[in-house]
Design a protein around this ligand. Structure first.
Ligand code: LLP
Length: 412
């Protein structure tokens, strides 16, 4: 995180709070967000895009960190919000996000979710398919702003499960089918069709691909609004480089100047590049096993850091309470879930690890908390935001009672 430092006795400090204090106060595994750095990053997107293209809107892709405290920060710093279902809708509304600033995505929205969104006075619905148009025809009783998600035909250079803009994507309609859907919306009295949406994927490190998507979407027609999605990749490991926010904005705005109407509204929806680098996860070392390999096992794992298994995302980790000590061994940092794929870092350089050490894994602000699950009875970790020496709990740790509460009383 931007606001990190090391105390005189070698302890990592985030937002002015030593991680030892955070671990004692809130327990581990614990997600920690540097709120100052996070707010600064949001302003880079919001001010940066509006300076380059005044008729612009930046949406927070809230699937990356759907937490009430995060929705609030996003809105306070000038972002609108992208939600992808009834759950994120409820959280965003609970955070006080203005309904007209919500944009509802998804390739399989149910009647119940669409009704919830309409009742809330949702700003924009991004239509994915013709069955959704059937549903909206039945449900709409007053004018509703709509965008249509189209497939730009850009195969993003990223993990296959994170690429969403290729010809065979399950999201959106191919250009050749988009025109009929647009005609249908334009003919309907309550459908206010405003333009098109695309999203080519996530963790994309080549800005040229965003420019290509803007160029491709311009062939869909001339509209009031073009939402060109999220997807900017971030630097996870020392050996990796990622484009700056500014280089990314330069690339899409240059393409927009070349290919989109000058009066159009331009929208982007970053998630990962907003929150990933503001976050770390703290774990406690439970076991150190030296068998030829050195296995350092911690009190969390793929249940709270699923993308190590899902996309084989690589991370860096440190022993956060002994940063003043030299590295002496290369270890396998492993989790406690019952799978060999539960490998948090394949080759971390540590001082001789000991039971009780505090491990910090970096760049975990996005797609960690949100994909946490109860595999092996794991409990969802707590999240704290830290800022100027103060920590505040924004989501408490799940408890065993929370797990039991889901089960039929008769079975207990
Ligand atoms: N807009 C739409 C319609 C999206 O589907 C997504 C992400 C975004 C925006 C934000 O993309 P970002 O700026 O965060 O790359 N579970 C995966 C990540 C899935 C991303 C899903 N869609 C992972 O852990 O890597």
């Amino acid at each position: 995180p931007e606001e990190s430092s090391v105390t005189a006795d070698g302890v990592l400090s985030i937002g002015g709070v030593p991680v030892t204090t955070l671990a004692e106060r809130y327990g581990t595994p614990l997600h920690v967000i540097d709120e100052t750095g996070l707010r600064r990053q949001i302003r880079r997107f919001v001010d940066g895009l509006q300076r380059r293209w005044p008729n612009a809107e930046v949406l927070f892709a809230s699937k990356s960190l759907p937490v009430v405290g995060m929705y609030r920060v996003a809105q306070e710093e000038g972002m609108s919000v992208d939600i992808a279902g009834g759950g994120e809708l409820r959280l965003a509304l609970a955070a006080g996000v203005a309904p007209e600033r919500l944009h509802f995505h998804g390739n399989a929205k149910t009647d119940a979710e669409l009704q919830m969104a309409l009742d809330a006075g949702i700003g924009t619905i991004i239509v994915d398919n013709c069955d959704e148009l059937d549903r909206l025809e039945r449900l709409l009783t007053r004018p509703q702003k709509l965008l249509l998600r189209v497939i730009p035909g850009v195969d993003a250079d990223t993990h296959a499960s994170q690429a969403t803009g290729g010809e065979r994507s399950k999201f959106g309609l191919p250009m050749r089918q988009a025109h009929a859907a647009i005609e249908r919306m334009r003919a309907h009295p309550f459908m206010e069709f405003e333009g098109v949406h695309l999203h080519i994927g996530s963790q994309i490190l080549n800005t040229r691909q965003f420019a290509e998507a803007v160029e491709k979407i311009s062939s869909a027609g001339t509209f009031d609004t073009y939402d060109v999605g999220g997807g900017l990749g971030v630097k996870y490991t020392y050996d990796e480089e990622a484009p700056s926010v500014e280089a990314y904005l330069d690339a899409i705005v240059a393409a927009a100047r070349d290919h989109l109407p000058a009066s159009a509204r331009l929208m982007i929806e970053p998630g990962r590049s907003v929150v990933a680098r503001a976050g770390i996860t703290l774990y406690r070392v439970i076991s150190v096993k030296r068998t030829g390999d050195v296995f350092v096992a911690v009190d969390g794992g793929m249940a709270d850091q699923l993308d190590v298994a899902l996309t084989h995302q690589r991370y860096e980790a440190v022993i956060a309470d002994r940063l003043d000590e030299a590295w002496t061994e290369r270890v396998q940092l492993v989790g406690r879930q019952c799978e060999s794929g539960d490998l948090l870092v394949d080759g971390a350089d540590f001082p001789a690890a000991r039971v009780g050490d505090l491990v910090a894994m970096a760049t975990t602000g996005a797609y960690a908390y949100t994909m946490a699950n109860n595999y092996n009875g794991a409990l969802k970790p707590a999240i704290v935001f830290v800022r100027e020496g103060e920590a505040r709990l924004v989501a408490r740790r799940e408890t065993y009672d929370d797990l039991l509460a889901l089960h039929a009383p008769a079975a207990l």
